[in-house]
Ligand binder design. Structure first.
Ligand code: ZN
Length: 149
């Protein structure tokens, strides 16, 4: 379980209002843990957001069950998008924190059908620091992982 679970009542953010039906949305899917709806911006046709129903700010506030469901529903939505929009590619994008590119601070995953020259760009500045740095990073992350139960 995450260290912190926000139990604040619904209606405090735009996605909570959407989940509560207080603002309109074009819903695609809904179950007990997640809701999927059309992104207002439609970066490409068929662009869907999969959000936690419960208000969780970001990845770190999701329960393991919510994490798993988000991924399962994202795959299901992506499969349907393949049939409907026949994209030549697909991108999942999930942003955390202002510096991570998050703009609505209620967890959501973008499921975006992709096409050649669709105007979406992600810069990926490779650093290639070398094997010793990789081993050091790996050991530090490994030491921070929870102990196996
Ligand atoms: Zn919310």
């Amino acid at each position: 379980m995450p260290a912190f679970v926000d139990t604040s009542p619904p209606g405090v953010c735009i996605f909570c209002k959407l989940v509560a039906g207080e603002i309109p949305s074009a819903k695609v899917y809904e179950d007990d843990l997640v809701v999927a709806f059309m992104d207002l911006g439609q970066v490409t046709p068929g662009h869907v957001l999969v959000a936690s129903k419960r208000h969780a700010q970001d990845l770190f506030e999701l329960t393991p069950q919510e994490c798993a469901r988000v991924m399962q529903v994202s795959q299901m939505i992506a499969t349907a998008q393949q049939q409907v929009f026949a994209p030549s590619g697909l991108t999942l994008l999930q942003a955390n924190g202002h510096d991570g590119g998050q703009t609505v601070f209620h967890f959501h995953m973008h499921v975006v059908p992709r096409h050649a020259d669709d105007g979406i760009h992600l810069t990926w500045p490779r650093k290639e620091p070398g094997a010793q740095a990789l081993l050091d990073y790996a050991q530090r992350i490994q030491a921070a992982l929870p102990a196996a139960s």
